[in-house]
Ligand binder design. Sequence first.
Ligand SMILES: Nc1ncnc2c1ncn2[C@@H]1O[C@H](COP(=O)(O)OP(=O)(O)OP(=O)(O)O)[C@@H](O)[C@H]1O
Length: 499
Amino acid sequence: MLKKIFKYRGKRIRYSSRKLMTVYQFVLFIPVLIAICYFVGYKQVYSLVSSGETDWKLFILPAVLFLSVSVVANLLILLLKRVSIIRDGFFARVEQRQILAKMVIDNGYYNREQSKTSDGKTKEKIKFPKIYYRKRKETFEVVFETKGSKFQDKFLTIGGFLETALTADMIKKVDEKGFVIYELRANVFNKRISIREMVADKGKVQLMKGLYWHFDKDPHLLLGGGTGGGKTFTLLSLIYALVRVADIEICDPKRSDLMALGKLPLFEGKVHSGKDMVMCLKNAVSEMNDRFEEMNTSAKYKMGKNYAYYGLKPKFIVIDEFAAWMAELSNDFKTAGEVEEYLTQIVLKARQCGIFLIVAMQRPDGEFIKTALRDNFMFRMSVGRLSETGNWMIFGDENKNKNFKFVEKVDGEVVYGRGYVAKGGDVASELYSPFVPSDFDFIEEFLKISDELGYERIAEAEVQKLSKTIEKTFDREALSINDEESKEKAFLEELSQKY
Ligand SMILES: Nc1ncnc2c1ncn2[C@@H]1O[C@H](COP(=O)(O)OP(=O)(O)OP(=O)(O)O)[C@@H](O)[C@H]1O
């Protein structure tokens, strides 16, 4: 009851909050000011004055000392505030409160109140509506009182505006009696991890600091994104992290970057293209049935337990450029029907026995992936530039009002692999896929994993050749594809540009 009466909503944003950073500058300077007043003012100047000293030259040194210490101290305080903002510390939050106050003033979301002073003059006072700022563990909340105020309509749709004003990403909007609460996350870029930090176990894989794909809870991943946005690198990163703990099958209809992996012993016979991809899905369905059989007849059978309990390894089927593949099959109804059938079975049933799909495409158009099938991908990601419709197709109706941004540069540097992420049905939040440094050679790294897992080594010349196929400058010729395949590849390339 008490909680209902006194509900803490956060720090109130007031007219005075517009100068918060300056106030803190002064507050932090006060101890320094006291110290110089004591050591310079009292100890030096005062003693000179009280001893009757009149030579003005003797006062120069204390004056210079006073000024220089003040300037240096203020510069240090400014530096401290800057570092704190960059590190998302205390002053990042102070700055956010100040920005909110300025936003209210600049947009006129306040009321003017007139009052009479004791000497009969009229004084105008600016009164802010009730707006609160509250820090949460990884996020912060901005709360607006609605209660029929003249700004109510504005506050109910201010989410996108807040995202831009506070350079933050809205992750939730909650309507409460009399209030609307926006939950935002700032400085998401700082939460980016390097590919080498990606950790996976039998139930989850890390994507950013504090962000995991719990594939056993939110099965099947749908990844969308425009050309060159970082889809292939995201897929490769996921494969890199998961291959230590899972079986991976790869379908690459474009026969591009991922095809090269098939030449490594670690993925021998596990990288598919053409008709082989249909077989891969068919085999996954029969493996699913076998796994269920094994689980149900196990001596330690327990209702509701999943693959991990029975000691089974998770298995991932990675399909790149899915829409282009389906477009290619648009005249081959039989095969297209077969693919759809296998995918539906896996999507609907395979979670418990540990078989998961990771499907990537430019955008999940209903023409190529049925909405009912798409809705069962419980984890969604996008990287790179995507149209409004593309985002809506990936993240669904829940995100129709989300302000999806395309960010090309962060701190002046071009950024790759930026996009959004959401569990099915949630508001999408900003994502930076794990960073792949320029000295990271996927082939070399997969060979290291091969060694760890006891696979045979391949010749150095072959390693060199393969490394080139997954370089930052796509050298697709190195894949040694014959003429007939080249034609088909060009056709698929064309389709994947479109879809
Ligand atoms: N996570 C990342 N870390 C570092 N660089 C990246 C990352 N993602 C993408 N890049 C850079 O962007 C380039 C394009 O990425 P990628 O090949 O993954 O795009 P794509 O969306 O798969 O494009 P396409 O559809 O044309 O194959 C890479 O060669 C790399 O230089």
